[in-house]
Design a protein around this ligand. Sequence first.
Ligand code: ACM
Length: 264
Amino acid sequence: MIISALQFSPSFLDVSANLRILAEYLETCPADLAVLPELCTTGYFFHDTEQLHSVAEALDGPSCTFFREAAREQNRAIVAGFAERSGDAVFNSAVTVFPDGGMHVYRKVHLFAEEKRHFTPGDTGFPVIRWGDRLRLGVMICYDWRFPEAARTLALKGAQLIAHPSNLVAAPRHWKPVMRARSFENKVFTVTANRNGEEFRGQERLHFHGCSQIIAPNGTTLEEVDEDFDGWISADIDPVRADEKAFSPWNDIMTDRRPDQYEL
Ligand code: ACM
């Protein structure tokens, strides 16, 4: 199975322009499973909640409709971050769509910085999504990387691969080795699709670090790029590799766990 992550810089608040750009990128994507960045249809650095609400969409809005159509026409699964309106709430969400029209949503659990002013904290937990017998997929968004519970929950629920749409801004880039550790400690594939570029609010500047990466269950980096790269990074993987949790005849990272000794 070919998995790809897209690195690019969305146009702030311009959903139609971003959908056009994403359509072009998807035309050249080699993937069975394509992972797009967090909030890839809107940009990130909202000036106020009203501005966010002006671009937030329900699940039957233009963005999810576009992703569903693309998945169907291109016969691939797509994971994409977007601003999800649900009643009065707006969630920082990632939609997963499949060629057969199946659609699932993860709503970001751990809100970062000013996201707490604008978004409602996610209420979906960390679902594992089955793509037939091809893949068991988990999704977490950006700042969820700081919480080992997120990836661990997904791994305990059977995820073979964690898609990680991101808008990572922190320097130094601790998330890179930490996401390798998330792969290593859970023996799962992780795919971080991080946007690049910058956004402004008056004199304030937010810089996004790119450096997307794909990591194997043994912690090996399968693919990574620097900040300036625009486009897809890809790897050909066998998801079944993530079902092997033993690393020696003596040790299996799941059955060696001692939940009775943990306080979580
Ligand atoms: C982040 O969670 N967008 C840093």
